[in-house]
Design a protein around this ligand. Structure first.
Ligand code: CTP
Length: 397
């Protein structure tokens, strides 16, 4: 989504300027073209050399250098979006009142692209009525605002005013400026994470699924414009976009119920959850006490959610499953594709290094019903998710 986008970063004098280094790095990594303007005072907080190296573009700071004039008008016209991160209390006040005593402010006043303010300041400054009034003023001019966080501040105090994390700034840009409309108006259902099958009120049968792959797929579908519902078992993941509707479930039975409720009007369903195949036949109402001898746990099969959905699938619905295999991978995956009535299956092999549950990376092969096969080599789960979604768009959208 950020590929080839032109992003201008404005850095002002704030301790949080260190975060803009990571922001520039992440944007460049995502394929954006990045330029940086700084206020002269910001140089005390972060080195222009680091920023010019990371952005691969000269950093502009002064209105004039030697006998050359920095063209502030063209910078604001070049950019698709101008992100002021971090925005200090001082520069905010100048923006609010149209002051122009440095290059960054001249770029701001002449920018024709949207401007996103990412403030950073100490709590008392943030809550001062003058600051709050200035925030309202710049919002009134049509500028966008990434809210401050609550947390540890440069002063050592704890409170509001922390600059949003670079990842959150990118999420904001993706949500409001760069979301594609390739899947607009299409509902997508994604399942993620493990399921926990209770033995008693404190113990369960579960697995190591982190949910990372499913969350990344939900986010990639959302970035392409889909209306996404994410049914997830217990994980530490949080959906990057507020627009993703998350349904938290615990057991395979809960996941089945939620998936069945959401399935019929979903055009795209991706079942990436690691659903428990077996669940205890009985759940003890009280904690099972330790006794001498062995404890035998009898398990019963859970309902295969994917298969159930495959039986209900109508024309125009796309159903994609995952297969985690340790041997005879393709043969088993093909069998699952047929027996569960899928349109495609994403094959994970635990024999591949860097693939599987707990890692940040994965490598997969996507097999489609029509015989297409796409090998996606070792990449981050986010990148793999984008590849899977681009496969979906290419084949079926
Ligand atoms: N799946 C499901 N419901 C289950 C078990 C699995 O919906 N009770 C789904 C998974 O979400 C995945 C696909 O089925 O998309 C394949 O899961 P996998 O564990 O690889 O295969 P199984 O069908 O469970 O078969 P086996 O464990 O024998 O390989």
């Amino acid at each position: 989504m950020l590929n080839d986008k032109k992003i201008l970063i404005g850095i002002t004098a704030s301790i949080a300027a260190y975060k803009s280094i990571l922001l520039v790095r992440l944007l460049v990594k995502a394929g954006a073209e990045v330029r940086v303007v700084m206020t002269p005072a910001a140089k005390d907080f972060v080195s222009p050399l680091v920023l010019s190296t990371l952005s691969k573009n000269r950093v502009t700071i002064e209105l004039t250098e030697g006998d050359e004039w920095a063209n502030h008008v063209m910078l604001g016209r070049w950019a698709d979006v101008f992100v002021m991160a971090p925005l200090s209390c001082n520069t905010l006040a100048k923006m609010a009142h149209g002051q122009c005593d440095n290059l960054l402010l001249a770029v701001y006043l002449s920018a024709t692209c949207p401007v996103v303010a990412v403030p950073a300041m100490d709590e008392d400054m943030w809550h001062h009525p003058a600051t709050q009034r200035n925030i309202e003023l710049i919002k009134g001019y049509g500028n966008h605002l990434v809210p401050v966080n609550r947390g540890e501040l440069a002063s050592g105090l704890y409170g509001d005013g922390r600059m949003a994390e670079p990842e959150a700034v990118i999420t904001y840009l993706n949500t409001f400026f760069f979301r594609s409309d390739k899947l607009k108006g299409r509902k997508a259902l994604v399942t993620a994470g493990p399921t926990y099958e209770a033995i008693d009120p404190v113990r369960f049968v579960g697995n190591h699924s982190s949910g990372k792959m499913g969350f990344a797929i939900a986010e990639a579908l959302y970035e392409q414009g889909a209306d996404v519902v994410l049914v997830t078992g217990p994980t530490r993941q949080r959906a990057a976009y507020e627009g993703i509707r998350v349904i938290d479930v615990v057991s395979a039975a809960d996941m089945l119920a939620a998936a069945e409720r959401e399935f019929d009007d979903s055009e795209i369903t991706v079942m990436s959850a690691a659903v428990a195949d077996y669940s205890p036949v009985t759940q003890a109402p009280e904690k099972i006490k330790k006794e001498s001898g062995e404890l035998v746990l009898t398990l019963k099969k859970t309902t295969d959610i994917l298969k159930t959905l495959g039986q209900r699938k109508k024309d125009g619905q796309l159903l994609i499953g995952f297969a985690l295999e340790t041997h005879n991978e393709k043969e088993f995956a093909q069998k699952k594709l047929q027996s569960k009535n899928l349109d495609a299956i994403v094959l994970n092999s635990l024999r591949d290094k860097g693939a599987g549950f707990a890692t940040d990376t994965n490598q997969v092969t996507v097999l489609s019903r029509s015989g297409e096969e796409r090998v996606i080599g070792l990449r981050s789960k986010k990148e793999i998710a984008h590849e899977i979604v681009s496969f979906i768009i290419q084949q079926y959208a």
